[in-house]
Each structure stands twice: as structure tokens, then as C-alpha cells.
Design a protein around this ligand. Sequence first.
Ligand code: ADE
Length: 248
Amino acid sequence: MRIDIMTLFPDAIDAMMGQSIMGRAQDRGYIKIVAHQIRDYTTNKQMQVDDYPYGGGRGAVMQADPLYRCWEHICQEAGHRVHTVYMSPCGRVFDQQVAKELKANYDHLILVCGHYEGVDQRVLDEIVDEELSIGDYVLTGGELAAMVAIDCIARFIPGVLGSSESAETESFSDGLLEYPQYTRPAEFRGMKVPEVLLNGNHALIERWRRDRAIELTLSRRPELMERVELNKKDIAFIQSIKKDEKAR
Ligand code: ADE
């Protein structure tokens, strides 16, 4: 998969995306992430990318031309129009499902990062296929949002996570929040690791983890339970929790 990012801060993207799992995924050729400096596509001497908003008001608006020229360059290199996403708080809210969908539908994406008080609407109308928001808050620019989206999408590419892990089988994909994890030492400040995790009985461990995940999801994000596929043992466990609650 290839993702091109249009930004005023390509160094910030390269620095972050060169680390850890994303860095390794790029080195191994599972994903290619290319950050483009929008300023390189200006035609004025000052390399100015923004200007006053028509109609007045505070701040500066990113001009259409450098963005368009940058986008056109990426599409020309690709040899076709590339699915283009504008990172914006006005967009569809990004989640695990959207990440999976983008990975399944496109092997090349362009992410556009805005700054200042916004972007000239005409270039958005011309180049953008969809807008994505990473949540109901406003960031100073689209870069962090783009990196959140890339990180999450990349986890669905086979090979990016270790062979024993996968974004499909892990906890949030089954709709539940993650169960608690422990590592050595077996005792920390008087607190012991739950006994069940030490006895090597994998069926019991699986059940214990599933129960903790259900418990956590019920207490913190009960609305997520609607989409969870429950088996007989899950239902019995939930009933036992409800019984205990009533008894209290
Ligand atoms: N740019 C500014 N805020 C944003 C958000 N919440 N999501 C995506 N892009 C943004």
C-alpha cells in the first residue's frame, strides 16, 4: 500500500512514521509513506501558501494553487486519480471499521493536511473524495490526524504486525475492549499477577481474558456491547454479573 501526505510539515511525518512498527513496515516494503511539502509547489518568490480570507475575519486560509499542483504531481506520478482524503473535524468519524474499509478498498491514498484557519474550498471541491475526522475536537492541523489514520490502516496490512498478531483477531476487532495484561515480576509492590495466568491452562486463561474484556466493556463502553457476538459462556457470565449487581 502507498500513502502520500500533502503537508507543510513533512519532516514531522517522516520522523514519526520512521519509528517502531511503522518504520519496520516501510523498511520491509509493506507500506510506502511519502510526505510532500506543499510549499514546494508555490509559484511565488516568497513561497507563500496562505492569504487573507475573502469576506474578512481572522487568520489565514491556505491557497488553492499550491495544493492543487502538489495533488496533480502525485496523481501524474501514479498515472491515475488517487483516492483523496481531507483530514478535517467536519469529516466522517474515523474508527477501526473505517480503517479496515480504506485498507480493503484502496492500495493508494492521498491524505491532505490543512492548517491555519482552513483551506480554499475550491481546491477541496476539485480534489477531495472524502473527509475524515479523528474525533470531536479541533487540532491545529491535519498532520496528527493523518498519522493516526495511517497507523491504524497499516495494522490491517498482512505482515505489518508480527505473524502471531493480527488486527483482525485482536481484542478491539471482536468489539470488546482489551483485557488487562501482566508481565514479570509475578509480584510488584505487593500486587500479584492473577493466579490463573500462571497455571498454563490455556482454555482457562482464554475464558478469564474474555470475561475481563466483557466486564471492562460493560462498565466503560456499554454501547459497544450491541455489536459483540456473544457465545453461551459469555451470556452466562453476563447473567452472573447482573445477578451479583442485584444482590448488592
Ligand atoms: N484537523 C483538525 N482537527 C481535526 C480532527 N479532529 N480530525 C481530523 N483532522 C483534523
